[in-house]
Design a protein around this ligand. Structure first.
Ligand code: PEP
Ligand code: MG
Length: 763
């Protein structure tokens, strides 16, 4: 194949380079480092010369350097290989194109063909359309992105890991020295640094909090990049590994008492942190002449680039754990300033947080956090909810643009972080917070009161929980038991399904903590968005409707049987309620119950009583009610899943949120019918989806005859307070009329809200 001519000085580059050429590259990188060191020491270098030198030594067609400019821009300041007239002219917004995204997210990109990347922003004036491969590495200093260095090749290929390492070392060097070249403007803060800025995201754990920013990232590139004595650096590295491990052990011992299942989270984390190829990578970089901190920093950057390509959220979480370990090692090596002992009232802003790190910051007093890379079911989100810390997932780049101690407002109700809030915005939030704290004090009074409406109708409010330490909420809320114990959460947090003994110990502890109030254990509801890291199933088109939950349990009964055994052992001598998720047919329910009974028959002593029920999440069950009610001891409606299957509306698609409403005539009719049928057949009935915890919905459920609701801890007091001031006898005719008027399926939320406001109800 005929290739276009290469620029002067550049060796041919391609994916299939012969080994001799790779050897040449190792030698070239050593030579390049040596030249750079010499030139730097002599103060004798310029950016154009540097790009030429790098392109030539790295055998790349192009090397370019972009520098950040006021107004969130990047300017091409030097290039070997792109059209000379574009230098000083070509500008990109931070966040625009591959280079802009590398700057915004402080992440390296290594793309075989940048032109086919969805974010590629063509700049024909540079001539870069001729080049396929692109390596873009951010140039950072003191937590800020100063620019981006790129390599490009005509042929589509990914740059080798070794090449990426060399360029990231050069980027480190540039970060430390580029300000001396006069190309970076380090004058007074730009206008943008004084204005308020909103970072959008989504809520992980609810709450609103104002505080000061604590951005957490690699605070600065290591000062010492090269070190003459590899043996001494290996020694420093080993000491740092030991030190960071000791700090982690101390944290585990201090934060989590023995037997707490969330210890598993940290143990899994530690195992991963100690293993893996990245330590090897650190060691070989030291052998090549880097200091221990530069080698660790470089391995961290490579890991980050790799992480961005991993789709599985749980695998990403594991890698986040390793990153946490790297951060600890950099601290031990003196490359990162030590963490403040106290962080009271501060709002942590990080790219991501491992579970150990989050527990550590919680102990130091943070008031909330925002993370760039988060999944709603990730460790950080699970722990945030359990620790009652407001938290959001936030757009990429926030860490790099927020400076320590700046005022921030974290609104984890709507999922937004406001940096340097304007006085009127801050005042509005202050008012909202003051109202909230008065309201919370008023609500606290409901803790010891029963859930009872103004007309004397008694309800039972229970908790939805998933980790043992959330059981504290029983006392805090006065809930009358656990209506939904999501057993899969502990498995997700640990990254695996725990052993029978560990599960039994957990269940025993939960029953003991519930102090005689009922606990409904739902068997593992894994699949769809709740994936364990070692699950290697092929991606499917509709995971929520796929091979998940009880379907897996029935097809591969070993795991389900083990869990059922653990439940029976854990509940020995106590009352046990087991609930199966995602049941679609009576036959499935029967098969699951048979497994439970067969396990129970093998065990003595077993629980004092055994009650077996099902979630009602799949609409097909509605057409098998007589059979189901004859066999189940109780039903609990999971409105989250039922609504998505009833209306064919994915629960994770933001555009569909609110399109179909539980508070609508068809759904209320369905729920009313179910509640009546269960009452007539003496089958327990409850609602445990998110709707049960929304005060207005809970009130409507009470009005149609539902008597047991299970919800998250934050909702119990608010629901109790609303019920206490509502007279169902007054509401009944109103709701009847609204349902008649809304027979076409429209939402009744607005008119019902208006009615509640008119009657001064605390909705
Ligand atoms: C539900 O579907 O309403 C439910 C409670 O289960 P989950 O949210 O865990 O799917
Ligand atoms: Mg569900």
């Amino acid at each position: 194949m005929k290739r276009p001519a290469k620029p002067r000085n550049a060796a041919p580059a391609g994916a299939l380079k012969p080994p001799r050429e790779r050897t040449h590259r190792v030698a070239a990188s050593r030579r390049l480092f040596a030249t750079l060191r010499e030139r730097l020491a002599a103060g004798d270098w310029s950016l154009p010369e540097l790009t030429r030198l790098i392109a030539s030594e790295m055998a790349a067609d192009v090397c370019s350097i972009y520098i950040t400019r006021p107004g969130e821009m990047l300017e091409l300041v030097a290039s070997f290989g792109l059209k000379p007239q574009s230098v000083g002219q070509t500008r990109l917004r931070i966040g625009e194109g591959i280079v802009g995204i590398a700057a915004a997210s402080a992440t390296a990109f290594n793309l075989a063909d940048a032109r086919s990347h969805p974010d590629f922003a063509a700049r024909p004036d540079t001539g870069e359309n001729d080049f396929a491969a692109m390596l873009a590495v951010p140039i950072r200093r003191a937590g800020r992105c100063l620019g981006v260095i790129t390599l490009q090749d005509r042929i589509a290929r990914r740059f080798a890991a070794m090449e990426a390492d060399v360029v990231s070392t050069i980027a480190m060097l540039l970060g430390e020295t580029i300000t001396n070249l006069g190309v970076v403007q380090t004058g007074p803060a730009s206008l943008g640094d004084a204005l308020s800025r909103r970072y959008l995201g989504f809520a992980l754990a609810p709450g609103i909090i104002a505080g000061t920013a604590l951005p957490l990232g690699r605070a600065s590139a290591p000062k010492t990049i090269f070190a003459p004595d590899p043996a001494a650096e290996h020694l420093r590295l080993n000491r740092a590994i030991a030190e960071s491990e000791a700090s982690l052990n101390a944290l585990i011992a201090e934060t989590l008492p023995d037997g707490d299942t969330s210890r598993d989270v940290l143990d899994a984390y530690r195992m991963l942190a100690q293993s893996g190829g990245w330590l090897e990578r650190v060691r070989s970089a030291i052998n090549e002449g880097l200091s221990a901190e530069a080698a660790v920093d470089q391995a961290g950057a490579a890991l980050h680039a790799r992480m961005r390509r991993i789709a599985d959220p749980y695998l990403r979480e594991r890698l986040a754990d390793i990153e946490d370990m790297i951060e600890r090692m950099l601290t031990a090596l003196g490359a990162v300033p030590p963490r403040p002992d106290r962080a009271d009232g501060m709002i942590l802003i990080a790219r991501r947080l491992g579970p150990a790190e989050l527990l550590d910051w919680h102990r130091r007093g943070i008031a909330g956090f925002a993370i760039e890379e988060a999944s709603a079911n990730g460790h950080a989100a699970i722990l945030a909810r359990a620790l009652d810390l407001p938290a959001i997932a936030i757009e990429a780049g926030a860490v790099n643009t927020i400076t320590a101690n700046e005022p921030v407002l974290l609104d984890a109700e709507t999922g937004v972080l406001i940096l340097r809030p304007d006085p009127d915005v801050a005042a509005a939030y202050d008012r909202a917070l003051a109202t909230r704290s008065t309201r919370n004090a008023e609500l606290a009074e409901f803790r010891t009161r029963p859930a009872i409406t103004a007309d004397g109708t008694r309800l039972t409010l229970m908790l939805n929980v998933g980790l043992a330490f959330e059981l504290d909420q029983l006392e805090r809320t006065g809930a009358e038991g656990i209506g939904l114990y999501r057993t899969e959460i502990a498995a997700l947090a640990a990254g695996r399904v725990p052993s029978v003994a560990d599960q039994a110990a957990e269940y025993r502890k939960v029953i003991a903590r519930a102090g005689g109030t009922p606990v409904v254990f739902r068997t593992l509801d894994l699949g769809a968005d709740k994936i364990l890291p070692n699950e290697t199933e092929e991606p499917v088109e509709n995971p929520a409707m796929g091979w998940r939950s009880l379907r897996v349990g029935l097809d591969r009964p070993a795991v389900l049987r083990r869990q059922l055994r653990a439940l029976l052992i854990g509940a020995a001598g106590a009352d046990l309620s087991v609930m199966f998720p995602m049941v679609a047919t009576v036959a499935e329910f029967r098969a699951a119950r048979d497994l439970l009974e067969s396990e129970a028959s093998k065990l003595s002593p077993g629980p004092r009583s055994l009650s077996v029920g099902t979630m009602l999440e799949v609409p097909s069950l509605l057409f098998q009610l007589p059979g189901l009610l004859a066999e189940a001891d109780f039903l609990s409606v999971g409105t989250n899943d039922l609504m998505q299957f009833l209306f064919a509306a994915d629960r994770g698609t933001p555009r569909l949120a609110g399109r179909y409403d539980v508070l609508s005539a068809p759904v209320l009719e369905l729920l009313e019918g179910l509640a009546t049928a269960c009452r007539e057949e003496d089958v327990g009935f409850s609602i445990c989806g998110e709707a049960a915890g929304r005060p207005l919905d809970a009130l409507a459920f009470a009005a149609i005859g539902v008597r047991t609701l299970s919800m998250s801890g934050g909702s119990i007091l608010r629901v109790k307070a609303l019920l206490a001031s509502a007279d169902l006898n007054v509401l009944h005719p109103v709701l009847r009329e609204l349902r008649r008027a809304g027979a076409a399926g429209t939402s009744l939320r607005e008119p019902l809200t208006a009615w509640a406001r008119e009657h001064n109800l605390p909705i």
